[in-house]
Design a protein around this ligand. Sequence first.
Ligand code: FES
Ligand SMILES: [Fe+2]
Length: 409
Amino acid sequence: MLSNEQNRLLTRVEGDAPMGLMLRRNFWVPAVRSARLQAGGAPVRVRLFGMNYIAFRTDDGRVGFFDERCPHRGVSLTLARNEDNALRCIFHGWKFGVDGAVLETPTQPVNSREFAQAVKLNHYPAREAAGMLWVWLGREGEPPAFPELEFMGLPQSHFNVRLQVVPFNWIQGIEATIDSSHVGILHADWVNGLGELNLMAENTAPTYDMKMTDYGFKAAALRPLNDGRSYIRVTQFVFPWYSFIPPSGMTTGDRLTIISVPVDDTHSLQIYYRYNISRPIKHDDWLALKNPDHFSPLPGGYDDAWGQDRASMKDGSFSGFKDLALEDFVVQISIGAIADRSQEHLCLGDQIIVRTRRLFLQTLERHQAGEDNALSSARQTGLRDVRSVSTIVPEGIDWLDPSVAASAR
Ligand code: FES
Ligand SMILES: [Fe+2]
């Protein structure tokens, strides 16, 4: 349970909220799929941390990331012409280079050069990796190190990225992804259909263990099995929003990383990376059918319980939802846009959640005291071997034993 003040510190990211300031200052933010930015094409509006931006790609392939509003009189630059490797506002024709420089101000005929130099358009460092554009919104000082994660640098055939904006706070997204205790229950339909994941349904009350690291933590769900062996699932969390989820089928070797990024206080961008480090991922229905920018459209609301199918529940479905991500999203939406963490009754199965909240609050506290530790100062490099584990081991093997990580497929 958190106090209202702690909950506010943990969740709020807009304006001068300390968490938002720390995240923007110290971390690169995944913002938009690279493929949405066509050379010479329409600028794309992006909302992050309660602010609106535009991203665009010039004819020669460079990417710009600006505040959304034209510094002249505020027209949205989503309407701007993308020409000559620059953006031209359609209201009075002011023109901006990809680096944010004001190149022309045609409605200021006198001293136009000096005038243009005095105008400021906020622009931000942007880099592309793993099919996404990442931006640094820090504004002051130098950008932090760019994250080096397992799925970065893979050939295009080996990963897929899917996005969905959802109406709940970013921390709820993180809490859902690191919460192994709900998997065998909320996702029972899915678990039952998948080989070894039946083991989760066999034992829905695993014991948990957690090890803090200098990039975040490893969290293990340990399930003793009837035959004496132990089913181990290790989630890894890279501060501040990367959850490496244990593989959902040991045979495929595909991995899943979910990123929960603040859009504003009440919305977040959920980014699902599916990838395989050794072979192309299989293009199944999930990948083929869904709009990559809205991979799980959210139907309805309270009035129709988001389309929950009661008939299918009588027929054997546990949740009444067909889609795994939709199950997670609907549950979080129903909690409310910002969960009231002063009203919860936490149990043993929530240990990881409790420690994660503490980790965020302590990191923020240290950051505010001017004492940047490894987390808040963004240890993001050298993390290519951070990965989740799903494995069965003989009795008595510690989950931190190197053989456990090595046995992960
Ligand atoms: S508002 Fe953009 S040029 Fe006038
Ligand atoms: Fe889930």
